[in-house]
Design a protein around this ligand. Structure first.
Ligand SMILES: [Zn+2]
Length: 442
């Protein structure tokens, strides 16, 4: 068995890993980079109008044989660990004959992202939904997906076996979420057999990375911040982060505020409610749906009449929200400031920002905060990371006890060497033969 990380050995995001045996080739994640070669945030608009050959030449698409162009036979399958763009964003450029294996939740989140967030969904008939913790075969590979706790709904790690070897691909995960049982289940499963290679995400591997708060601590923080607010509270986060939806829903419940969601969040709650502990949006459960202007103006053109009809019974108007500002917690996004609030925040609004702080470094956000302040409001970061903290990572890797650790999804792969003896540092595109690697190690 041979392993090649085509992208992700020394950056966060853009994951693309190839595994191959004599007769089968599979690809783990086809992510969009988060940064360009200068270190600036990657702008996907730069891809517009370019051919596959141009994108390969520019290095935007990793040079995986036959994945995007016809230079080689296509890989047998693509496996997606979760519905974050840095793991799925380039699937749309891959050859449409390649089947895509994914969890039910990832399939639903890709659909939601394509309807509401302008992301490209999966082409019809390409998706193959697998069952978690149930092995399936692709050619010479046996694959078992294990659910992991992460900021995208229904994320998976993959145990991949072939040629008498076992590789565990972590995907993105954390141990400080609402579902620590998932990591226990994964560790129990891999305890039954030796893991030859662990491909491990290291987002938080770095000298300046401190341990952050847990999802439960975040809920307490949100409750405090909502309780001490005098006006409308606006919560900003990605609705694909279903655990965060749960956190804010519970915080609203505990502070006796109505949880007001937009059609995107309402749709996500609707499609996942059978699969996890969140109710579909209904007034009886303290949830109302605010049809924002953008949705109202575009739903017909976008063929979303069915979605529009779905939440009418639980609809709330902006007037009703503003009449009793201190009784509502509202899911919010920056575009609503102009369209729904006429470019002026309601008095004394409190904005709880619940995503990675790195996204805040822009003029747009400075202006946003300025307008909030001008209306007597305040801006608070209220966030728990989706990625495993350093000390948890060390514990996790030691528990898996692999023969070799290969860092991925990290800015500081060398840091792994300070914690583990058995690290193998790969470069993007450098193949690693598992049989040989083990001989060298012994
Ligand atoms: Zn992720």
């Amino acid at each position: 068995m041979q392993l090649t990380i085509f992208r992700g050995t020394r950056e966060i995001g853009g994951n693309c890993v190839e595994m191959k045996t004599a007769n089968t080739r599979i690809i783990l994640d086809v992510g969009m980079p988060l940064m360009d070669e200068t270190g600036a945030p990657f702008d996907s608009r730069t891809m517009r109008g370019k051919s596959i050959a141009q994108l390969l030449d520019a290095g935007t698409l990793p040079r995986v044989p036959g994945l995007f162009d016809k230079s080689a036979p296509p890989p047998d399958a693509i496996l997606l660990s979760h519905a974050h763009l840095d793991h799925t964003g380039l699937v749309q450029y891959s050859r449409p004959t390649i089947p895509v294996f994914l969890s039910q939740g990832t399939s639903k989140m890709l659909m939601a992202g394509s309807i509401f967030a302008g992301q490209s969904g999966l082409e019809r008939n390409r998706g193959r939904v697998f069952r978690s913790a149930t092995p399936f075969r692709i050619g010479e590979f046996r694959i078992t997906p294990y659910p992991v706790d992460h900021s995208a709904f229904d994320s998976m790690a993959f145990l991949i076996e072939a040629d008498g070897k076992a590789v565990l691909y972590s995907g993105d995960l954390r141990l400080h979420g609402r579902k620590p049982g998932m990591a226990r289940q994964l560790l129990q499963a891999v305890a039954r057999q030796p893991v030859d290679v662990l491909i491990m995400e290291g987002t938080h591997m770095g000298s300046d990375r401190k341990r952050g708060i847990t999802e439960h601590e975040l809920e307490e923080e949100a409750v405090q911040q909502i309780r001490s607010a005098n006006g409308l509270v606006l919560a900003m986060f990605s609705p694909m982060n279903v655990d965060r939806l749960v956190t804010f829903y519970k915080a609203a419940h505990r502070t006796k505020r109505v949880f007001v969601v937009d059609p995107y969040a309402a749709f996500v709650m609707h499609v996942v409610s059978g699969q996890c502990r969140i109710p579909p949006p209904t007034t009886q459960k303290g949830i109302r749906v605010y049809y924002n202007r953008h949705f109202e103006r575009t739903y017909q053109k976008r063929n979303l009449k069915k979605v529009h009809g779905k939440f009418l019974a639980d609809r709330i108007s902006i007037e009703e929200i503003l009449r009793e500002r201190d009784r509502h917690l509202m899911v919010f996004r920056p575009s609503m400031l102009r369209l729904d609030f006429g470019d002026t925040f309601p008095e004394a609004a409190r904005c709880l920002y619940s995503s990675w702080e790195g996204y805040l470094k822009s003029q747009e956000w400075d202006d946003f905060k300025e307008k909030l302040k001008a209306a007597g409001g305040d801006f608070l970061v209220c966030h728990a990371s989706g990625h495993i903290f350093q000390d948890d990572l060390v514990r996790f890797v030691n528990d898996v006890n692999p023969r070799i650790v290969v860092p991925i999804h990290t800015m500081e792969p060398r840091r792994f060497g300070q914690h583990f003896r058995q690290v193998r540092f790969l470069k993007d595109g450098q193949a690693m033969n598992l049989t040989l690697a083990q001989e060298i190690e012994q």
